[in-house]
Design a protein around this ligand. Structure first.
Ligand code: BG6
Length: 491
């Protein structure tokens, strides 16, 4: 069921960091393309007026476009500024919500359906929901809430109870910005719009998966936020388990939002709770010197873990995943390693031949590379690894930023790219055994792939080597090491 479209967008936390870096630039792009035509009301505890807010919005847009080849479209910026107004005050003060109700009526009429976007700390979600309900705004609006949704299963449920007092599930949209990434959604299209991959996508042909989310930068000025969170809560429980669900779930009954979310929930229910002996936690050297980090912190900045999916399709196929900061590169990458053929027909046998691999590069340059073995020209049947590779940007053009899609969908009332509560609960269940360990993580040097123990997590040969992410070497041109069976060179 599609919810009503929003007549007005209310942005709680409009003066905050997320709004500055992500949300305001995304709203500008939507206005520029004619996809945001409703008024915007910003709410924040501030002494700014509309003029000051407009100047701030212009700064945000200019800063966001500075590193791109796009010029600022002044008339679009002006349209955004003209349609935005500020309601200032403390969210705990009921008078703020009375003023907000008046502002909504003035901007969009007395029966307007509002989309309330909460870019505020989760500790304020309940206060805002209560405030909206206090003036009756909850009956004609939906809530869009940012991550993190809880710190564990119990706190996620407690948070949900606060929202559910006033809002039914179909009017709560939980943001996971990875669900707004085109290449993440493309996992579904690649898998279910083609017949090439799907027959291979099971324990019969796939030996294992490897998922890597790497960032080559450190925690920087986010020390106090990050130290309370760590890699598992920051990106694994949410972003990466959502990616894993798209990668492994069965075909949804249709592309309707709830059919997709049912399929994801079913997959996540089959993911086994993590076993701490299948997990390596790491912390880059120097992390403890970051402002805001506790001297006795046990927070991880890297994690590698093996997941098991106890369903018919994936029984016995490990999913190795690693994520972290201060690693050698910035990328999101999935590799499916196929099983070897049943018999060694070519010289040297199968023992030293690498199996076929399907690499789905999700960022920074999305693409697919299938590594096959083909005959090396010359004498004998010497198999050599060759890439079949496509860089999606070269073929399909640039993609929209995740927050542009998130806002467009939140306004339109399409919940497909938001996390449903049951998937969030399942994800907390899976990671719960590795939350908050008392011991510090193992150290690793910046610019390496985490602690040494993580290197061997997938087995003695380690992880499949990753082509670098540099724009000069996108997925389509990434070098693939030729593979020769032992003895082939001697022939
Ligand atoms: C955020 C995390 O949710 O996702 C950050 O808090 C992380 O720590 C970021 O860097 C990664 O998102 P993206 O879109 O830059 O890959």
């Amino acid at each position: 069921m599609t919810a009503p479209a929003g007549d007005v967008l209310v942005l709680f936390g409009i003066t905050g960091d997320l709004a500055k870096k992500m949300i305001i630039p995304a709203l500008y792009q939507l206005v520029r393309r004619g996809e945001l035509t409703v008024p915007v009301l910003g709410v924040a505890l501030t002494d700014w007026d509309d003029d000051r807010l407009c100047a701030h919005m212009a700064d945000c847009v200019r800063a966001a476009l500075a590193d791109t080849d796009q010029e600022v479209d002044e008339s679009a910026l002006e349209r955004l500024q003209r349609s935005t107004h500020l309601v200032s005050g403390d969210y705990a003060d009921p008078a703020v919500f009375t003023r907000l109700a008046d502002a909504i009526t003035a901007a969009a009429g007395p029966t307007a359906f509002a989309v309330h976007y909460l870019a505020v700390p989760p500790s304020l979600f309940g206060t805002v929901a209560d405030g909206l309900a206090g003036v009756g705004l909850h009956t004609r609006s939906r809530l869009v809430v940012e991550k993190p949704f809880g710190r564990d299963l119990a706190s996620a449920r407690a948070l949900q109870a606060l929202l559910a007092k006033h809002y039914p599930e179909d009017r709560i949209f939980r943001v996971d910005h990875f669900l707004g990434k085109e290449p993440v959604e493309d996992l579904l299209v690649l898998r279910f719009a083609n017949t090439l991959l799907e027959p291979l996508w099971s324990r019969h042909w796939i030996d294992r998966f490897e998922i890597t989310m790497a960032e080559d930068f450190d925690v920087a000025d986010r020390g106090s936020f990050y130290d309370a969170v760590g890699t598992v809560r920051d990106v694994v429980q949410n972003h990466l388990l959502q990616v894993m669900a798209y990668l492994l779930m069965d075909a949804p009954l249709s592309d309707a939002a709830d059919d997709q979310r049912d399929a994801k929930a079913r997959l996540l229910r089959a993911v086994r709770r993590l076993d701490p002996t299948d997990v390596v936690r790491g912390r880059y050297d120097g992390y403890l010197d970051t402002p805001g980090v506790a001297p006795d912190s046990t927070t991880e900045t890297f994690v590698a873990a093996t997941f098991h999916v106890d369903d018919w399709r994936w029984a016995g196929v490990p999913v190795h995943l690693r994520a972290g900061k201060a690693l050698p590169d910035t990328l999101l990458d999935v590799v499916a390693v196929l099983r070897p053929p049943p018999r060694a027909l070519f010289s040297g046998g199968l023992g030293t031949m690498r199996p076929d691999r399907i690499r789905l590069r999700l960022q920074p340059r999305a693409g697919i590379t299938i590594t096959l073995l083909a005959k090396q020209p010359g004498q004998g049947d010497v198999p050599t690894g060759i890439p079949l590779a496509v860089d999606f940007r070269e073929v399909l053009g640039p993609v929209h930023a995740p927050y542009e899609r998130i806002f467009a969908d939140a306004l339109a009332g399409d919940p497909a790219h938001f996390a449903r509560m049951d998937t969030i609960e399942q994800a907390w269940r899976v990671v719960e055994p590795i939350l908050d360990p008392a011991t510090p993580p193992s150290p690793y040097a910046r610019g390496t792939w985490g602690p040494e123990a993580a290197e061997r997590l997938p087995g003695p040969e380690g992880w499949v080597p990753l082509p670098p992410s540099a724009p000069s070497a996108p997925a389509s041109t990434a070098p693939v090491t030729p593979v020769r069976p032992e003895g082939a060179l001697a022939r």
